[in-house]
Design a protein. Structure first.
Length: 219
């Protein structure tokens, strides 16, 4: 059946010349048997005409494993150990689970300075879930009161502005110190800007994304 790619994580979407080939690639990549997944055909592709207008088939390979309830319970357990009251809602797409936490009055505590507590919460939750599911879960994304969405949008805007400035001035620039997940957001945002390249500099909590003109020598 066909379905929109909306709300389906990129890690669950696979492309190939045919629907069958894309499905096979997805099963191989995820390490799942056909009986444990749901296949959604996003685009059946086209051979085109005389080689023109051809496009690959695209499918979403989604695990049928019930991961969301488990992750939701684990997240509640972390809140209890932190002695924080709040509500938790988890949704699943493929092997990825998104967890939304609402805790009026304690949002700042759960987010922490520049999202550091939130990042630690997510890291611990993913490790716990991976142990309980024998590694079947692919990723866990935790957000508190919409902070992560707002932060990622801010990072994307700032990253593109920085890249445009570097391209215009031919002088390198860099971000503030960022968490690993935030650096990935910056790299993805800048990947669409031509004429620049990125690398990471610094160590520990002081790691930053450096943006340089694409023709600059060295890193």
């Amino acid at each position: 059946m066909s379905a929109s790619a909306t709300q389906i994580p990129e890690g669950s979407i696979f492309s190939a010349a045919t629907v069958e080939a894309a499905t096979t690639a997805g099963l191989r990549e995820l390490g799942l048997p056909a009986g444990e997944v749901e296949i959604r055909v996003l685009d059946r592709g086209s051979r085109g005409f005389l080689g023109f207008g051809a496009r690959p088939a695209r499918v979403a390979v989604l695990s049928r494993a019930e991961l969301a309830p488990l992750v939701e319970d684990l997240a509640r357990g972390i809140l209890e150990r932190m002695e924080v009251e709040g509500t938790v809602r988890a949704t699943q797409s493929g092997l990825e689970v998104e967890v939304l936490v609402e805790s009026p009055g304690s949002d700042g505590l759960l987010i922490g300075r520049k999202g550091e507590t939130l990042a630690a919460f997510q890291h611990v939750l993913l490790r716990m879930a991976a142990r309980r599911t024998a590694g079947k879960i692919r990723d866990v994304r935790v957000d508190v009161a919409g902070y992560r969405d707002r932060r990622e949008e801010q990072l994307r805007r700032e990253a593109v502005a920085l890249a445009e400035r570097v391209r215009r001035t031919k002088r390198r620039g860099m971000t503030e110190p960022l968490l690993p997940a935030e650096r990935r957001v910056v790299h993805r945002a800048i990947a669409d800007v031509s004429g620049v390249k990125t690398h990471v500099a610094g160590s520990g909590s002081n790691r930053r994304v450096v943006v340089m003109p694409a023709d600059a020598e060295g890193d």
